[in-house]
Design a protein around this ligand. Structure first.
Ligand code: HEC
Ligand code: HEC
Ligand code: HEC
Ligand code: HEC
Ligand code: HEC
Ligand code: HEC
Length: 304
């Protein structure tokens, strides 16, 4: 063992010049941090008060052991560091990386601003927000426009992605991958959806846009604007009345018992991976309420 260690040392010394790949060396040797790694040897700011196990170096500076729980991480060659070790990052950091940062950084100050909050307290619009999605501000907010005339920076299929995942929730992809034109010619129960949609738009005075190719969009169900941004007479302004600041909220509901029973019976294998049934409590940025099924029934029909 000792000899092996000795040889390793020699080897390392022998090759520890600049041409050697830093990954086979330790931080002590190379003074090289992994790409995009957090800064080290900076002083903790006064307002940062991490838990006690985030050991600091002298002068309140942060070093490897401030954030990593591994002994001798600075002395271990990078390719020998066990990144899967439970205490690789302190406080279960890998499981909740965002939470990990908030051990020092103020969470509020780093939260991404909710650009859907588009109105100032006096009711005027925050013009800078419009430009996240529009290449120019659409004045005349009463005027009804075609989707192609709304000056979007990206196509309607893409405008939400980047900030949101393609899979923000269950069944989103099943919908956005669906083409109502194809279904129109099929024998499935989805046959009447495009008609149903147009009928709902007329009857309820809402805007339920689909793509040029008749695909369902995030925008079919969701309104990107806060209520009050578009003129009241514009059907695109109609939406549920929830508190956007609170965001979508769910609450416990007795149907979860049914859902649980169903899960046990039919889905034994994957039951553990399904979330509990929860009831929508606060609906926001939706063109029609989903809570009572109105939105869903704008395409789907109840089967008897
Ligand atoms: C402020 C906290 C902090 C300090 C101080 C810190 N690290 Fe890290 N380190 C992290 C975080 C967070 C990650 C995980 C980054 C990720 O997965 O995106 C990480 C990742 C790593 C990785 C894996 C990189 C990879 O891409 O696989 C190594 C190796 C590492 N750190 C070594 C060190 C060494 C050596 C030091 C001391 C010189 C150090 N760290 C100091 C927070 C810190
Ligand atoms: C142990 C405390 C601590 C933790 C945990 C921590 N940071 Fe830091 N971070 C600092 C300190 C201290 C600075 C330097 C602050 C300064 O001088 O303004 C800093 C600076 C930064 C900077 C600016 C870096 C630069 O080059 O100027 C960024 C970005 C950052 N941290 C992101 C993160 C992220 C992301 C995480 C979580 C993966 C994280 N930090 C976790 C303490 C921490
Ligand atoms: C998150 C992206 C996003 C932001 C931010 C945004 N919009 Fe829009 N806007 C859209 C999309 C997508 C459409 C087309 C779908 C629709 O009409 O609802 C649209 C359509 C419009 C329309 C035409 C509505 C119609 O169909 O007749 C107006 C007017 C408008 N936006 C004004 C604004 C103003 C003013 C702001 C800033 C306060 C703003 N938008 C911010 C995405 C956005
Ligand atoms: C520039 C980034 C950005 C774009 C583009 C964007 N969003 Fe958002 N959206 C956010 C942020 C930030 C929040 C606040 C909650 C969060 O952080 O997830 C949010 C919240 C939401 C919520 C409410 C979720 C909740 O619980 O707060 C819905 C629904 C939503 N967005 C739909 C859309 C749709 C549909 C589009 C495309 C028209 C879109 N967004 C485009 C950044 C964006
Ligand atoms: C078939 C209708 C439908 C489609 C299509 C759809 N959503 Fe949703 N979405 C909902 C409903 C219903 C909710 C929960 C109620 C609410 O938003 O108020 C929701 C919730 C959300 C939330 C909040 C999630 C949470 O639990 O906090 C985000 C973010 C979101 N949608 C973004 C998107 C994006 C991005 C797309 C396109 C990739 C999309 N949605 C497509 C109906 C839909
Ligand atoms: C814009 C029209 C539209 C709206 C609104 C809509 N759907 Fe759908 N939904 C579809 C289409 C299209 C499909 C795909 C049908 C197919 O492929 O046969 C689908 C499929 C589904 C599926 C089956 C997914 C799968 O994996 O097979 C579920 C569940 C569903 N929708 C629930 C809902 C719920 C709940 C709502 C209301 C929140 C809703 N839908 C609103 C058009 C819509």
């Amino acid at each position: 063992m000792k000899i092996w260690f000795f040889l390793l040392l020699i080897c390392n010394f022998a090759f520890a010049d600049e041409s050697t790949d830093w990954q086979t060396q330790s931080y002590k040797q190379s003074k090289h941090l992994p790409d995009l790694h957090h800064v080290v040897d900076v002083k903790l700011l006064d307002e940062m008060q991490p838990p006690a196990e985030f050991f600091l170096k002298e002068d309140k500076k942060i070093g490897c052991k401030t954030c990593h729980g591994l002994e001798k991480i600075a002395e271990t060659p990078y390719d020998k560091i066990d990144k899967n070790a439970p205490d690789f990052l302190r406080k279960d950091g890998y499981k909740k990386l965002e939470m990990f940062c908030s051990n020092c950084h103020d969470k509020k100050a780093h939260e991404r601003p909710n650009i859907h909050l588009m109105l100032n307290d006096d009711g005027s619009i925050k013009k800078e927000n419009c430009l996240f999605c529009h290449s120019e501000i659409n004045e005349q907010r009463e005027k009804v426009r075609l989707l192609v005339d709304t000056n979007l920076r990206l196509s309607p299929e893409k405008v939400c992605l980047g900030c949101h995942l393609k899979t923000p929730h269950f069944n989103a992809v099943e919908h956005t991958d669906a083409n109502l034109k194809t279904l129109e010619n099929s024998k499935s129960s989805a046959r009447n959806m495009k008609n149903n949609l147009k009928k709902t738009e007329k009857e309820q005075g809402v805007h339920l846009p689909i793509s040029e190719n008749d695909e369902v969009l995030c925008l079919t169900c969701h309104s990107p604007h806060a209520k009050g941004v578009l003129g009241e007479k514009n059907p695109a302004s109609n939406q549920v009345n929830g508190d956007i600041k609170k965001g979508v909220e769910y609450e416990k509901h007795s149907w979860n018992d049914v859902m649980e029973a169903d899960k046990r019976e039919r889905l034994e294998k994957i039951a553990a991976t399904l979330p509990p049934y929860q009831r929508l409590k606060n609906e926001v940025l939706l063109r029609l309420p989903a809570k009572d099924g109105t939105l869903c029934l704008s395409c789907h029909e109840f089967e008897n």
